[in-house]
Design a protein around this ligand. Structure first.
Ligand code: 3SL
Ligand code: MG
Length: 236
């Protein structure tokens, strides 16, 4: 199994992901939201790029669809939820469809559409994601959503964690960037201390969202592995 890493949504190229199994990661906070919503019984998540597109879908049936996401890390006008995973509780998302637009995470998912499989990964479900990749047994590209086209430490350390799980269980061929992600994780097992260097960690902290940071950096609280297919994210 060959494993490569892409460092931001802007760096996704068709030739790098075509036929590969992609894992999209945006631990702060889009993929943590998706994993949480699906884990809490949401029927599906529809990621879209624009706010207007999201509203057009949701306004077809406001009882069924919920609008979630952010711009500049804040709730969007007229939306039901911000991009805080803690808002996506079972009593509000069960049997609903979440239409979601975020700055980096949902864009990374949409831009990965030429991959063979698109798995949604976070710290919250990292072990389950690694297990699924072993089952699929295809070459892997871990797409870090990054932040505004830039490399993001938070996504990279989660990538390192998934790589550590894969290398424990199978023979892998790593690119230099995959080796670096694995090494950084191995040297910084206490990810909570290391992640504090991430710019976006500090953006969320300045908004007072400490509980989001604590939650999004928690390892393996669920076995749910959401997959994006035909425009929708569901649990397999
Ligand atoms: O860019 C994204 O997709 C978001 O997850 C960013 S934020 O953490 O909600 O600001
Ligand atoms: Mg992010």
């Amino acid at each position: 199994m060959k494993i490569d890493v892409i460092i931001s949504a802007d760096d996704i190229k068709e030739e790098k992901i075509k036929g590969k199994s992609v894992v999209v990661i945006d631990i702060l906070r889009a993929t943590s939201v998706i994993v949480t919503a699906i884990n809490n019984g949401c029927k599906k998540v529809i990621p879209v790029v624009n706010v207007e597109e999201a509203k057009d879908i949701a306004y077809k049936d406001r009882d069924l669809y919920l609008l979630g996401g952010e711009r500049k890390a804040l709730k969007i006008d007229g939306f039901d939820f911000s991009n805080s995973p803690l808002e996506y509780k079972a009593d509000v998302v069960r049997d609903k469809i979440v239409v979601m637009t975020t700055t980096n995470g949902t864009r990374a998912i949409k831009r990965s559409s030429k991959a063979k499989n698109i798995i949604i990964g976070a710290m919250l479900n990292a072990k389950a994601v690694a297990k699924r990749l072993l089952e699929i047994n295809n070459d892997v590209v871990i797409v870090n959503s990054g932040t505004y086209g830039q490399f993001s430490i938070d996504d990279f350390i989660c990538t390192g964690y998934i790589l550590s799980l894969l290398t424990e269980s199978t023979n892998v061929e790593l690119t230099d960037i995959s080796t670096t992600a694995l090494y950084i994780y191995q040297q910084n097992n206490d990810i909570t201390s290391f992640i504090k260097y991430a710019k976006h960690y500090n953006v969320i902290k300045e908004l007072g969202l400490f509980e989001d940071l604590k939650y999004c950096t928690t390892k393996d609280i669920t076995n749910v592995v959401p997959e994006y297919r035909d425009g929708e994210i569901t649990a397999l």
